[in-house]
Write a protein that binds this ligand. Structure first.
Ligand code: PMP
Length: 364
């Protein structure tokens, strides 16, 4: 259930604007966009009919899977690269090195190709094959490495840093602690949500990998209306829910099939985020919701989207009817054919039963 807490010894995020805002106009149909980078963001905000009806609220989702690299992380990838260019750290023909669960890497690979950089990706070997395949097709050099905690020097992030340090004209974009990531959401996602709802948004809820989306959107929306609730949605096994509700950096029970979200520490992007409530969402709940999104709303998305929408429904029920709750659909289901949308894999994880029986027939 929803838990609120007033824990915040960390100072609030201040908004400083950079010179490369993408603007918030959705006027994309009758204009020529400036290359691949010009297509990042300005995603539609879409009302979910059935879930809105059930809650008496408007549950609306930003369709982040429509970004050119297919996920919410394209926004961060673009800002990380542009920030490095602006600061003179990344020069023509240079190499971008990053540690990622995959989506940031795919975003970076697209942007690197379009701007003339090489891309090297370190990722934990626990992530879906589809994401690794996509990265390789895009021409990125991929190093899947054993999944070890952040305090282990062989964690994928530290390996990425070392690799970049040892190479000429290479940068480590450092999505977790480089706040150019969060700025992408302060300058684009947040303003888009504000404009698309005409300011009539009661709450937003986002799961957290780096925390960029939650902290950035939350910071921007609070600057427009401090009453807007900002809700952190967390999967099993992450530390953030307990950190927020109990003040302890301890894992919650279990582990999650979600990819790209859940965290073991407070990243610099998350520090100072104006969080009002936190929700812990179980895999059984989010898997059920992901299949409801597919069969009842028509959206074929990944597990973090199911988690986000589960949380949005809970927030809507807490607020009561008449409110607008916004979240995002982070990436596409196509990234998870071999897992979330595979019967044997779901069985192995004990999650097949979580899916309503009428929605299981197409699975193989
Ligand atoms: N969903 C998916 C599928 C992701 O890959 C990520 C980022 N790794 C997120 C959600 C969370 O985004 P953020 O890093 O902005 O917290």
């Amino acid at each position: 259930s929803l838990v609120s807490h007033s824990l915040s010894s960390i100072s609030a995020i201040t908004i400083t604007s950079s010179s490369f805002s993408t603007g918030t106009s959705r006027n994309t149909s009758n204009t020529i966009l400036d290359g691949l980078s010009g297509t990042v963001g300005r995603t539609p905000l879409i009302k979910l009919h059935k879930l809105s009806e059930e809650t008496g609220c408007t549950i609306a989702v930003k369709a982040e899977y429509l970004n050119p690299g297919g996920s919410v992380k394209d926004r961060a990838a673009l800002f990380l690269v542009k920030d490095a260019e602006e600061r003179g750290l990344l020069k023509p023909g240079g190499t971008v090195v990053e540690g990622t669960a995959g989506n940031t890497g795919i975003g970076l690979a697209h942007i690197c190709n379009s701007r003339g950089y090489k891309c090297v990706i370190f990722m934990p070997d626990t992530q879906s094959k589809e994401k690794i395949d996509a990265l390789r097709v895009l021409g990125a050099e991929v190093f899947p490495v054993p999944a070890v905690p952040f305090d282990n020097p062989n964690n994928y992030n530290h390996q990425a840093k070392r690799y970049a340090d040892g190479m000429d004209n290479a940068i480590w974009t450092n999505q977790f602690d480089n706040t150019a990531n969060r700025r992408a959401h302060i300058e684009t996602t947040g303003p888009e949500i504000w404009e698309q709802t005409n300011g009539a948004v009661s709450a937003v809820t986002f799961s957290t990998g780096t925390g960029g989306t939650l902290a950035g959107v939350g910071t921007y929306l609070k600057s427009k209306n401090n009453d807007i609730k900002v809700v952190l949605a967390d999967p099993q096994g992450s530390v953030l829910y307990k950190w927020f509700t109990e003040g302890a950096l301890e894992r919650t029970d279990g582990s999650s099939i979600t990819e790209g979200i859940g965290q073991g520490r407070l990243t610099d992007n998350l520090k100072g985020a104006p969080i009002d409530w936190s929700i812990l969402v179980k895999d059984t709940e989010l898997v059920k919701m992901t299949f409801r999104l597919l069969h009842e709303e028509g959206f074929f998305v990944g597990a973090s989207s199911g988690l986000n929408v589960t949380a949005a429904v809970e927030v809507a029920k807490t607020l009561g009817s008449g409110h607008t709750v916004v979240t995002c659909l982070c990436d596409s289901g196509q990234r998870y054919y071999g897992r979330l949308y595979n019967k044997e894999w779901l069985k192995e994880k004990g999650l097949l039963e979580a899916i309503p029986e009428k929605y299981r027939s197409g699975l193989h």
